[in-house]
Every structure is written in C-alpha cells, then in structure tokens.
Design a protein around this ligand. Sequence first.
Ligand SMILES: [Zn+2]
Length: 260
Amino acid sequence: MKIFTMCMECQKELGHPSFEPIVTDYYEEALAFIECSRGHKSALLLQSQKFEILLESAANALIEGYTLEAASSLSSAYERFFEFAINVFCKKSKVSKESIDETFKQVSKQSERQVGAFLFLHLLIFGKHYTLSKKIPELRNRIIHQGYIPTPDEVIRLGELIYQEILAITNLLSSELSSEIQQVVMETVQVRNEKIPNEVPRATTTGTMFFSLAIANQKETFHEALSSYTESREKLFGSVPYLRFFSKAVAIYTKLKGNV
Ligand SMILES: [Zn+2]
C-alpha cells in the first residue's frame, strides 16, 4: 500500500512545510518509515482500521485493472469490518481488550462465526435485529471461486453491495456509539505506536482516503467513492513532480535568506 506524505521533522525545523513529496509504502502494521532528502528519519502511523485499508486496496486494484485482487480485497474488507463492529460493541459493554482478544482468537479463522457474533451483539446492544444483505454471500461466492477472474463490472457490483452494508452499519455506529468508535481507533493507534522504536520521531495521519471514519460524511455509493478517490489519487500523485520542483526552489530560497 502507498501513502503520500511530507516530512514533519522538516516542518518543525523550518517552521513551514518543506513541500518535498514523499510517496512511501506501508504494510500490515500500517506504519511507514520515511527518510527525507535532508536526512530526517521518521515514522508515519496510520489510524485507519484494517477494513478501511482493504477497501482502499480494492479501489487501487480496480483502478489499475486487477479485478481478481480487487474482489479479494473487498471480500476481506467485509470480513474485517465485522471485527471492527464487534470491537465497538464490546467497548460499549466495557469488555477488556485482553478478553476480546482471547475470544476473537477462537472465531478469527471462521468469518461466519464473526458475522454471528456481530448479529447477536447488535441484538443485545440495540435491542433489535439487523438484517444482513443476502446478495453479498451469493455474489461473493460466485466471484471468489477457484481463481475466477471477474470483470470490472462484476467487481463494482460486489463493491456496491459491500460498501452499502459497511456504510449503513458505520452510520448506525457513528450516531449511537461514537465514543466507542474513538476508543477502538485510539487503541489501534496505541498498539501501532508501540511498534515504532523509541528513538524514531513519529506523526499520525487519518490515513485512507477512499473510506475514512475520520470524515463525517462518507460518499453515498461505492461508485461515487471510487470516482472521488480516482480524482484525488490523480491530483495527488500528479502533483509530485511539481512539488519536487517547488520544494527545491523553497530550499534554495531558505538557504539564500539564511545567508543575507
Ligand atoms: Zn525532513
């Protein structure tokens, strides 16, 4: 996965951004280790939940024409979303992280168990049942089957169903359990933060752009989210050569100013 950033250490030192664009990779731990041209080494910590990262991964794969990978990321995002929702529900019931982790271990390998846990926790917390989309497993099983390579339209259809389900539940959780969502996000940040060596300076970012819990209003449909993300991605990555040029000009100007 890739993320666009600038060096925060330069910003601290110069009192303004260096404008040097840095496009860096991150993986499972959602941590990017960067080094700017002025030699600062630092870490960038994403606060995104796993399902948000997987949704963005699906969007990237789809934009680049890798439909099989996009469908697979969508399917994983859907599964990881239930894990997130279960965590939010458990925060409402003030269950410790250790107890959640111990329990989750026993359902982690079977996504159907996780969906079952979600449905019953929803029933307990809200006092009413939640009806899951029946179309998702049907379409998902058809697409994600023995290396079948789906068309972009098939992936978009699956993406739309999964996006609508995630959006509906996110809206419900955001309106009823916003403080619990914050607690889950803070816990994620804390766990990731502990993985950065003590001496490395760090900055936190909200992370993903395709779908982000940090944004109050998500796009209404997968199609809309994909168009908006495609546009932002083009602008951001398209700006890299200009920013590189601009950052060099800023560096020369700062140096000259220092010599006056
Ligand atoms: Zn720097």
